[in-house]
Design a binder for this molecule. Structure first.
Ligand code: GCV
Length: 645
């Protein structure tokens, strides 16, 4: 096998309870059988010799598996005499078994557990292209597409196992930017391959989703238009869906990026986003299909001199007025912030406007703007913060986690040996799964569990790894873009510093810095973005005195001499953060070095190398950003540290 099994590489355990040697129950469904297989092989790997015991459960302590039919994914694990019983509805049994194995591997006393997932759709979106490359992929090539074709291999199965083991149940295998051969996924061309992938995923309760191009009726069907109100277009989609859904069991629906960054969409025909989404929703409905319609619609050919257009406003401006106009099987998929997966953004205000429309929160565990899996950046605390965010517009359904109906993340995997490029980035995959099941899960407990499952239970390792993960987001934030401003990265690649790289470009991502001030004014005197929130939040954000400091430069244009709450000037705070960020990155790297000999050598060296790359990059960020600000302002660092003028 040319890849690792990550947290599913169960390790031998010294002491196991006696009930692990007898398994009762004969699950009937495909997922139930997979659960049984996982239980047996997991227990064997931990050192047990489980036997299928049939009715002997009343005499011998045993693990009893009970499977109930249904779709709601409920799980229950409870003590049963001297043994335990794991029961689940639908694929719930599979989740119960993985949860049980994880606890056993952690060496913890098993708590009784009754749970069902917070969201019915918990998925990973791949930005894999048919040619095998991955847009914003940092862990090798695609394992879903090789040489222009979808493939199903042993790795596909192990990927499905990894997903199920942390509670995920959906996977969109191709890029939202649909190009080349990926267009043909809609036609019969790759039916056989797609069916195999779908079946393989289904065994582990994972549904298949496909990204489709809105103009497919023209690109594939030879029609002169893709107008969603055109009768031939509607018929083309209906016929295409009938063929596709009937030949691929387990196809759950389509993900669509329309009218976004040059992709075709209903706006080209003077139709609304709702008209576009609903047309597709009608075509997939007879097959129980759903449409995940992305809200990443903004004006991407802006002139930097235009200070009125604000990209952050775009989601709300386009979609809020359409609330209630979408079919029931449409989910609006919105990125967690109003712009684009920066290290710090406010929560997208659009969620506060969707009262009658299902929504799906899109996170990104591919670290496009957060170090590209060369830097360690554990994102689960940030996701938890976002899910806990309160809209303050009404007492019920106040939190992000309560307002959304489904959840997804852009995947961080590829065909690298360790799946995620940086070994520590796999914590984001695992953590996202756990959080999507239970949005109140504790990010630190997740980090600890992931570390023990992945690296074993040496307390020094667990403490160091958990410590690095938990500090990593703040460290990254300190040496990169300060206080919510974002966009200081190199254009195109989005790796490394270039403070003015995007300043005169067309993407609407400006810092607006001069020698006196920095930031975009988004209050009523500026772009008015603050007013897209509820009155209470708008009041908080628009007032520079009550605006959370970590978002100061997202919301306001601020003089460098502005006094922060702790008395430092804004400029000094930025200088300090950059020096501190570097020092903390150095401390993380040193902490890892002290683990030498405690980890498998390959893992130790790989992570060590990445932490050193991170350190060099942190120094570059520190020096480039500080120097740039020093040259703009000619105000020196109060502590007299070296800035390279
Ligand atoms: C898949 C950003 C990324 C693009 C990505 C886009 C999106 O702009 O840089 O690579 O395209 O977001 O989410 O559609």
């Amino acid at each position: 096998m040319d890849y690792s099994l990550l947290w599913l590489d169960w390790k031998p355990k010294g002491l196991l309870p006696s009930y692990v040697n007898c398994i009762c129950g004969l699950p009937a469904t495909r997922q139930g059988k997979a659960a049984m297989r996982e239980l047996i092989s997991g227990l064997q790997a931990m050192g047990a010799s489980p036997e299928i015991c049939g009715s002997r459960s009343s005499v011998v302590p045993a693990i009893t598996l009970k499977e109930y039919l249904g779709k709601d994914e409920k799980v229950c694990i409870r003590r049963c005499g001297d043994g335990i019983e794991i029961s689940g509805t639908g694929q719930g049994l599979l989740y119960g078994v993985f949860r049980f194995l994880r606890h056993l591997a952690m060496g913890e006393e098993f708590p009784e557990w009754e749970s069902s997932p917070a969201y019915p759709i918990r998925m990973l979106d791949h930005w894999d292209n048919a040619d095998g490359s991955i847009e914003r992929g940092y862990a090798g090539l695609s394992f879903f597409f090789v040489n222009g074709k979808p493939v199903c291999t042993e790795r596909t199965r192990d990927y499905a196992r990894l997903m199920a083991s942390c509670g995920l149940n959906g996977c969109c295998i191709n890029n939202v930017n649909v190009h080349g051969n990926a267009l043909k996924l809609l036609t019969g061309s790759y039916k056989r391959e797609l069916r195999r992938i779908a079946q393989c995923l289904a065994e582990y309760g994972v549904s298949l989703w496909l990204s489709v191009s809105f103009s497919a009726p023209m690109e594939l069907g030879g029609l002169p238009t893709a107008d969603p109100l055109d009768a031939d277009v509607c018929q083309w989609w209906k016929d295409t869906c009938r063929q596709l859904f009937t030949s691929i069991p387990n196809l759950a629906g389509f993900l669509v990026k329309a009218d976004s960054e040059g992709r075709p969409g209903p706006h080209s025909y003077g139709r609304s986003q709702a008209e576009g989404a609903n047309m597709l929703a009608d075509a997939v409905r007879p097959f129980g299909g759903r449409i995940l319609w992305r809200c990443f619609v903004y004006y991407c050919t802006q002139d930097w001199r235009d200070t009125k257009t604000d990209r952050a406003r775009a989601q709300c401006d386009h979609f809020a007025p359409l609330d209630g106009q979408f079919r029931e099987n449409v989910y609006l998929q919105l990125k967690n912030g109003p712009v684009d997966f920066q290290i710090r953004e406010p929560v997208s205000p659009l969620l506060g406007h969707l009262e009658h429309t299902a929504s799906l929160m899109e996170f990104q565990i591919a670290q496009e703007y957060t170090g590209q899996q060369r830097h360690v950046c554990y994102l689960i605390p940030m996701f938890r913060e976002i899910l806990d965010f309160r809209f303050r517009s009404r007492p019920e359904k106040d939190k992000t986690s309560e307002r959304i109906s489904a959840i997804c993340a852009v995947s961080n995997t590829g065909d690298d040996f360790n799946w995620t490029g940086h070994d520590l980035a796999a914590a984001n995959f695992f953590g996202f799964g756990l959080l999507s099941w239970d949005p109140t899960a504790d990010p630190e407990a997740i980090a600890k569990e992931w570390s023990i499952l992945t690296f074993g239970d040496d307390p020094a390792v667990t403490e160091t790894v958990t410590g690095i993960l938990m500090r990593s987001r703040s460290v990254y934030e300190k040496y990169t873009s300060p206080l919510g401003i974002g966009w200081m990265c190199v254009p195109g690649t989005h790796y490394g510093p270039s403070p003015e790289g995007y300043e005169f470009d067309r993407w609407g991502t400006y810092l607006r810095a001069n020698h006196l001030e920095i930031g975009v004014e988004r209050g009523p005197e500026g772009t008015g973005y603050t007013e897209q929130y509820s009155p209470e939040l708008a009041a908080m954000y628009r007032d520079i005195g009550t605006c959370p400091e970590e978002l100061l430069l997202f919301f306001h244009r601020v003089p460098y001499a502005y006094r922060m709450k702790d008395g430092r000037t804004l400029l000094q705070r930025i200088y300090d953060d950059h020096f501190e960020g570097y020092e903390e990155a150095e401390a993380m790297s040193d902490a890892w070095d002290r683990l030498e000999g405690k980890l498998e050598d390959g893992v130790f060296r790989r992570v060590q190398e990445r932490l050193r790359i991170q350190l060099r990059s942190a120094a570059e960020w520190r020096d480039v950003v500080n120097t740039w600000l020093y040259r703009l302002t000619m105000i020196p660092d109060e502590k007299g540290r070296k800035i390279y003028p």
